[in-house]
Design a protein around this ligand. Sequence first.
Ligand code: F3S
Length: 754
Amino acid sequence: MVFDIDMIKKLYAALPGKVEATRKMLGRPLTLAEKILYAHLYAPTTTPFERGKSYVEFAPDRVAMQDATAQMALLQFMTCGRASVAVPSTVHCDHLIQAKTGAEADLATAIDTNKEVYDFLASISDKYGIGFWKPGAGIIHQVVLENYAFPGGLMIGTDSHTPNAGGLGMLAIGVGGADAVDVMAGLAWELKMPKLIGVKLTGKLSGWASPKDVILRVAGILTVKGGTGCIVEYFGEGADSMSATGKGTICNMGAEIGATCSVFAYDTKMSDYLKGTSRKEVAELADGVREHLRPDEAVYNDPAKFYDQVIEINLDELEPYVNGPFTPDLAWPISKFAQAVKENNWPEKLEVALIGSCTNSSYEDISRSASLAKQAIDKDLPVHSEFTITPGSELVRFTIERDGLLKTFADFGGVVLANACGPCIGQWARHIDDPNRKNSIITSFNRNFAKRNDGLASTHAFVASPEIVTALAIAGDLTFNPLTDTLKNRKGEDVKLDEPAGFELPPRGFDVKDAGYQAPAEDGSGVQVIVSPTSDRLQLLAPFTAWEGTDLKGLKLLIKAKGKCTTDHISMAGPWLKFRGHLDNISNNMLIGAINGFNDKTDTVKNQLTGEYGPVPATARAYKAAGIGSIVVGDENYGEGSSREHAAMEPRHLGVRAILVKSFARIHETNLKKQGMLGLTFNDKDDYEKIQEDDSIDILGLTEFTPGKPLTVVLNHKDGSKDEIVVNHTYNEQQIEWFKAGGALNVIRAQFAA
Ligand code: F3S
C-alpha cells in the first residue's frame, strides 16, 4: 500500500465536526470547496474569510513533485533539519524523458542522460520518507489519481495540472517549489481565499461527446483568464454520471482557464474508481462521511446564492469540440470547425495526431480511441496521419497491453511513447522535413501555445478528445467531421465511422507487473544523498547566513530595472532549466532579461568598482567577492509571473541584500522574505527617480525592524550629495524572524536543533 490510510481516517473522523462548525460560523449551507478548505485550516478560526480578499493559512494533506521542480525544492528541504517530511510526499520522474523513437529506447536514453538527477531524487526521497516514482512509472497526475487522491483531501503539487486530482473529489492545487518546501517542512501554506464558480451539468454525455468536450466548452466560455483566483465546482446529474477519470480530465484542464483548481463531489463513480485501483478501504471510509464530501443540498437548489458565478451546460446537447490553434480557449464545435479551418487558412492536412498525456490516458479514453482504430482496420481505412500514444502510467500501459489495445494501435500504425510527459512539454524530437513549413497537429493534451509541443512556431496545435484525435488521424484532414462525413476505404467505398465505445474501467481489472514505485527507507538516517561534487546540474545548498545585526551600509546599486520585470526577466527559463538543481550555475541568468534604466540595455550594468559595464550576474559576483552587498531597484509589480523560487534565491546567493521597488507581485515578495531578503517599497513612488547609477545605499532602522514601521534608505550619490527616503515593508513578526535568521528554513532548523 503506497497511500497513507491513517491520515485519511484522521481527516474523516474530524470532518463532520469541522463542517458543522463552519456551517454555524458562516450561518448558511456550504459548497464542497468551502467544506474542504475550512477543514484544512492551519489554525482554527472564529471569523469567516472573505473570498477573493483574505489570505488564509492551510495545512495540506499531501505534496507531489515532478522531477524538474522537485530538485530545488528538495535541496532546500534538506537544509531545514527535519529527519523526514512533515506530510506524505511523492516525487515523479516524468518531465525529463524525450520522445524520439518509442517507449523503450527513449526511456533508456533518458535514464542515461539524467542519471545524476534521478540518482539524487531517488536517494533524497529514500532518506526523507518520500515516495519515489521512477522514470517510466508514469506522469505525476495520473499516478496521483491512481494511488493518492481521495475525496475531501487538500494537496499541493509542483506542477500546474495538479488539479487533475479533483476528479476524485480532492482540492489539488499547483504551486511553486517554495510552497512545497514549506509544507514538507511543516510550515503553513498560504492562499488567497478563492472565489467559487459553479458549473451545473445537466443531461448525460453520449455518442462522440466526452468529458474533454465539457472543459473545452468551459474554456471557450470563460477564456484563459476566466477562472483566475477561483475554484470551479462541478455539480448536477451530468457530473454524477461521468467517470472519475473523465472528471479528472475536466479538473486537469481547469488550469487552462487559470483556475486555482476544480472539483467534483464524491459519488458512486469515484467509489468505483477507488475500488478499481485497490483502494476499497478509502471508498468505504468516504461512504461513511459521504454527505460531507458533497455540497449541502440547498446549494444545488439555488446555486447562484452560493457561487460567485454559475454556468450551466446541457450534456445532452454538447458537441465534440476542437480548440486552437495557439490557445486552448479558441473553442470550435466540430460542426463549425471545418469552416473555421478554411476561413483562417490553417493547414488542413493533419500531420501528427497524439493521444494520452496526464490529461487523457484513462482506460476509458484509450479503449474508446482503440474502438475507432479497430474500425479503421476492420473497414480497411488507411490512416493518413502519424499517430502516437502516451500512456499516463505503467498501470494503464500494462493493462491496455494485456487487453490487446496496444496491439490494435500498433496495427493501426501508432507508436507507443514512454509513460511520461514527452511531446506535451516539448520533449519531442519531431521529424519534419522543413521546420518553417506551416503545419497542423492535434493532441488530446491540455496546452497548445505556440512551440509548446515541438518547439516550432510554424506548428498549429489543436486540442480535442482522444476520440476526435483518433478519428482525425484516420482522415488526415482537419476538415473531417466524423459525426457526419464519410471516408474512402482502400476498396474505394464510402465508409462512416461508428460512435466510439469503451469501458470506464477495465472489465478484467487493472494489472501491473512493476509499477515503478520505490518506497522510502523506514529509517533514512543512514541514507546518503547522492550528489556528485563535480555535477553542473546539482549542487547541495549551504544555509544562507544570518543577518549581521546592524543596519546595512554601503550597498552598491546593482541594477535599476525599468518597466516590466517578471520572474522570467529575473530567472529566465529555456536552456537554463537544466540548472534548476544548481543554484550557482542557474544564478548566471540572474536578471539578464531586466532592462537597465540608465542605458535601456539588458544585461549591461555598471560595475562601480571598475567603472566598466558588464553582465548583471558577473557584476553581482564582483561585489560579492569584494565583500560588498548590493541592492536591486525595480518598477511596478516586480516579480510577477510565476512562483519560481529561483528568482528569490539567485539574488540572495549572489549577495543582493535588498530589492527596493515601486510595488511587488505578492508571491515573489513572500519568496524573498522566505529567503531572508529585504523586500521594500518606495513610500513615494517618485523617489525611484532619485536613484542614480553610482549610488551607494544605506538601509537604516533594521535594529528596530518592526511590523508596520517604515525603514529609512539613504542614497549616497557620487557627487557627495545624499537623499534620504522612506521605504515601506509588509513583514510580520514571523517574517522578521526569517530575515534575522537568514531565511525561513534556518528558523525551522533552529527549532529542530533545539
Ligand atoms: Fe506532463 Fe503535460 Fe501533464 S507536461 S504533467 S503531461 S500537462
